[in-house]
Design a protein around this ligand. Structure first.
Ligand code: CDP
Ligand code: CDP
Length: 224
């Protein structure tokens, strides 16, 4: 039987992480773990309960009492928060603009990292996020860091909004993405950073298939 490896995919917002991670996981029959969705689910709950997002202890108390499940659905992964399907509502602008504040706290990150490591303990996993190659799965056999220019990433989100029939302001998206990049890269604990042994792929002018092919090439080399 082929060896089951772990694949870590990191990078900034809208670099294409979840899109390619899902495809790679499907091709290899591995599980896909969207770690950003876990931080988003906690942020959604904290906003609903009017928690002060700077209050680390209030957040960790809430998280310790919170069940976050990632389950396979017909059209991709479904996110359940305390047994409720929150897959759509965790993607709203309110959550997007607050999640980096929740994600900066040490105790929150420690608990999320422990849960993410547990998901990956048997290998056969493709996990995407910001600190997977550096902190969550430092021993992952394949580590990829996806990049793309801020303009390209804003255009990608803009196109997604238009496709979904939502209103969208390209300049605002650019600002929001740049702000989140800054918060995620400059935080003290487990910042967004390429792992030394990660392969960097600039996806600005690559198609999804081209990115998937690169990652599949790296994975198949390690699987043997
Ligand atoms: O999909 P998008 O790139 O917009 O973001 P995401 O992957 O859903 O992640 C949302 C936010 O969660 C990020 O901006 C980070 O603040 C945080 N995050 C993190 O700190 N560490 C991770 N491993 C994953 C996400
Ligand atoms: O997970 P992350 O936030 O890094 O990005 P995503 O949600 O997977 O991708 C953002 C958008 O960029 C999606 O609509 C993709 O179809 C598109 N895209 C891509 O992911 N990769 C490319 N090489 C080109 C476009």
């Amino acid at each position: 039987m082929n060896k089951k490896i772990s694949i870590a995919i990191d990078g900034p917002a809208a670099a294409g992480k979840s899109t390619v991670a899902k495809i790679v996981a499907e091709k290899l029959s591995y599980i896909y773990i969207d770690t950003g969705a876990m931080y988003r689910a906690l942020t959604y709950k904290a906003l609903n309960e009017n928690l002060d997002l700077e209050n680390e202890h209030a957040l960790i108390n809430m998280l310790n009492d919170t069940k976050i499940e990632l389950l396979p659905g017909e059209n991709g992964q479904l996110i359940y928060l305390d047994s409720n399907n929150v897959s759509e509502v965790i993607r709203t602008a309110d959550v997007t603009n607050s999640v980096s504040i929740v994600a900066k706290h040490k105790l929150v990150r420690e608990e999320m990292t422990a849960r993410q490591k547990a998901f990956a303990e048997n290998g056969g996993v493709v996990m995407d996020g910001r600190d997977i190659g550096t902190h969550v799965l430092p021993y992952a056999e394949v580590k990829v860091f996806l990049l793309a220019s801020v303009s390209e990433r804003a255009i990608r989100r803009h196109n997604e909004n238009i496709q979904k029939g939502f209103s969208s302001d390209l300049e605002k998206l650019k600002e929001e993405i740049a702000r989140r990049d800054k918060l995620d890269s400059e935080r003290e604990i487990a910042p967004l950073k390429k792992a030394e042994d990660a392969v960097e792929i600039d996806t600005t002018s690559l198609t999804i298939d081209q990115v998937v092919d690169r990652i599949m090439g790296l994975a198949l080399e390690r699987i043997g």
